[in-house]
Design a protein around this ligand. Sequence first.
Ligand SMILES: NC(=O)c1ccc[n+]([C@@H]2O[C@H](COP(=O)([O-])OP(=O)(O)OC[C@H]3O[C@@H](n4cnc5c(N)ncnc54)[C@H](O)[C@@H]3O)[C@@H](O)[C@H]2O)c1
Ligand SMILES: [Zn+2]
Length: 374
Amino acid sequence: LRRVAVRLGARSYTIRVAPGLLAAAGKELDTLRLGRRLFVVSDTNVHPLYGPTLERSLRAASFRVDRLVLPPGEGQKSLTTLRRILDALVDSGADRSTTIVALGGGVVGDLAGFAAATWHRGVPYVQVPTTLLAQVDSSVGGKTGINLPAGKNLVGAFHQPTAVLADPSTLATLPPREYRAGLGEVIKYGMIRDERFFASLERDADPIIRRDPDRLASIVTRCCRMKAEYVVRDELDRSGRRAHLNYGHTFGHAVETATRYRRYRHGEAVALGMVAASRVSADLGRLSETDRKRLLALLDRFGLPTSGVPSDPDQLLRLFARDKKTDEGRLRIVLTKGIGSASVSRSVPRRLLLRALREICAVPRRKSPTGGSR
Ligand SMILES: NC(=O)c1ccc[n+]([C@@H]2O[C@H](COP(=O)([O-])OP(=O)(O)OC[C@H]3O[C@@H](n4cnc5c(N)ncnc54)[C@H](O)[C@@H]3O)[C@@H](O)[C@H]2O)c1
Ligand SMILES: [Zn+2]
């Protein structure tokens, strides 16, 4: 069992990572000061696979377990589904001492976390993330919320979990595309913070692609440790110190908006965003062409897109103006000074932004008969 401590005073918690952890969840939660009543929120893809193991373990530790299983998908991050969860809590007789358990990806985590933030003005919740994105990113840091028709994550709350239980063996059943998208965020951590970690991804690409649970346990732990460092320094995302986590995201959001959130998974858009950000970094002389090629090669190895966005660079640039990461009208772009070190720039010339966008909109080069595309 690997542990990562998130030190936030009274809101501190521990992230636990281990293959097989689901079956030991009851024992782990028993060590925390929680009431005996748990309410599991999951979705119809995840619950049949992992719900029984989790709930058996919880009951064996003499917790009472109720549950609500929702349809899957981003569409569930709605007021309607929030209401469904709150009504189900009422029906089950839940009270202030009930703990909510989110079993699933970022959608279930954000929703159940927000329900926990609001039920009786806030009850504890435990994240049991089952996607790679949720294990390395969304389950840590306490951002919870739902979407409105006007936009993503417009309503929410900061509410830190009481524990995070990440079992990397659950990633075995993740659809390949979801797994690859998660790897986009994993590569991001290497780019902004840790050259050695980046090199280990290059070296261990094969076991990673095979989803080796032990290799994944160490990756998830390392990423959680990095995310926790940012969260501890800037819990409410106010001081700008969490900004490095947005590497590739300003460009990525423009790509997601331009393609109406339909063409790319978030992690794929981040991959494209990192390609653009690395172009700017290289053009400003902060990133060597060799290191930039390493990024592109690793994205390619993990099956992530690096070009071919079906959009127009000028249109993407216009979408930048609407990105919430602008401060006082100036666009903040996260760049890298070499692999493993990020910095924020407020003065990237428009010409360089366009050049970077042109690169990700270019038609991808055909894969050669021998395999690699580059
Ligand atoms: N709170 C945060 O800090 C934060 C950070 C990043 C992203 N997010 C949010 O996370 C959401 C995306 O999360 P996601 O990428 O995990 O998507 P998701 O929750 O929709 O899961 C992706 C798909 O995989 C299925 N699935 C999940 N685990 C599985 C498993 N082990 N085996 C088989 N299928 C499985 C799900 O049912 C779903 O169909 C977005 O709403 C985003 O806004 C939140
Ligand atoms: Zn992201």
